[in-house]
Design a protein. Sequence first.
Length: 200
Amino acid sequence: MPKRDILVGLALLLFVLAAGILQARGWFDGFDLALTGHIAGWREGGGAGLTPFLLMLSNLTDSVGRLIMLALLAALFLWRGAFRHWLWLASVSVAAMLLNSALKRLFQAERPDVMTHLDHTLSYSFPSGHACGNMVFFGALAMASGSRIRWAAALPVILLIGVSRVWLGVHWPSDVICGWIEGAAILLISRHWLPPARRQ
């Protein structure tokens, strides 16, 4: 099972690499423009009231926000006698940030210019760091806790954070989808090193 997880994870990372090449060649333009256009219509129409909430959510769950949450969780995991699980969570989260940053530099994809950017961004676009980082952070947190209920709670949050990045105009849908896939790959590979007492 662990070896299969690692192989599947590596295959997903290869998929992300291939998707980055295809995106640069315009293969996803039709999909990205159509879906982004729909979201732009919702943002400027009846969904305008969602923007402050999605901007706040996006800001709270950026790289700095996740590092702050990791620091706050250290005390909780230590109190529960599960500090090794926190170390695993922290290692996986930081590894995801580093890998995502490397992929962004590899592809150097420009941000979308279809909608006004409602969030200040400095890095490249593909794959989405918010989508990957929060898939890994909340997914690894659920794995470390050994609770399927926490997985059920984490998934809507992960999805909403990804959608927020398109809503705010700073990512194409393909950026977000590939960020999620990258995050899932990291979780599958890192699951092999999850301390046994909580392995699910």
